[in-house]
Design a protein around this ligand. Structure first.
Ligand SMILES: Cc1ncc(C[n+]2csc(CCO)c2C)c(N)n1
Length: 227
């Protein structure tokens, strides 16, 4: 009998699809500026304000993932992240806003800009309308790209204490452990997917990876609504 055809681990397939985007992120001047400390405060502030808006909807997206998750343990893990991990990120943004002479209320009062709106709309449409695998693939770049970027930047860190704090959060071993958990789940789910389902999920993964690049780029450009 012919040996059963083994698919490569799903995460390997996903990363191969998004690798050029990851390389573009590492080469982006926003990331370069975080590392060498030259990133203008205005660009960092733009990022923090938009990220506060992003996190509200991302928490919703994780809660939908929790509702669709296959096992009790996975339900708990996503529900925990929807509450605890998001709260930790919001708290960090509160500290960033204070260091920038502002606060969370002021951030909340600022408009949600085009890239943030596009990214969160896409995330929410995918998690509400798609299968669990599609939902997982859509939320995954948020974890995985930040873990890879954090890990990469940790060695050099930043001469700017604010930017060093940002890097330390994502380079931290505790965060890397959280991400490994989500990646293990992705490989587990991937084993049961048909080729067509893998393709659909990969499309979501590539799209939200691109939105991660665009999110930094929007802050770097000081994006506004054109009208
Ligand atoms: C645009 C954007 N993408 C990813 C993250 C990082 N992040 C946000 S929620 C979450 C999961 C729980 O920790 C992670 C890793 C961010 N802050 N902003």
């Amino acid at each position: 009998m012919a040996a059963e055809q083994q698919s490569p681990p799903f995460t390997r397939q996903l990363w191969a699809a998004a690798e050029p985007v990851y390389e573009a992120i590492l080469g982006h001047p926003f990331i370069g500026g975080l590392t060498d400390g030259t990133l203008p405060r205005q660009a960092f502030r733009h990022f923090v304000v938009q990220d506060s808006h992003y996190l509200r909807d991302y928490a919703r997206a994780l809660a939908v993932c929790a509702a669709k998750a296959p096992t009790e343990q996975d339900v708990r893990a996503f529900a925990d992240d929807a509450v605890g991990a998001i709260a930790a990120e919001q708290e960090m943004h509160g500290e960033f806003m204070a260091a920038l002479g502002s606060d969370a209320d002021q951030a909340a009062a600022e408009p949600v800009l085009p890239t943030t709106r596009a990214y969160t709309s896409y995330l929410l449409a995918t998690v509400y309308g798609g299968s669990f695998a599609e939902a997982l693939a859509a939320v995954l770049p948020c974890y995985w790209i930040y873990a890879r970027v954090g890990e990469r930047l940790l060695a050099s860190s930043s001469p700017d204490p604010l930017y060093a704090r940002w890097i330390a959060t994502y380079g931290d071993e505790a965060f890397q452990t959280v991400v490994r958990r989500v990646l293990d789940l992705t490989d587990r789910i991937g084993e049961e997917l048909s080729e067509a389902e893998r393709r659909r999920a990969t499309e979501h993964f590539t799209t939200t990876s691109r939105y991660e690049w665009m999110f930094w780029d929007a802050a770097w450009r000081g994006e506004t609504w054109p009208v």
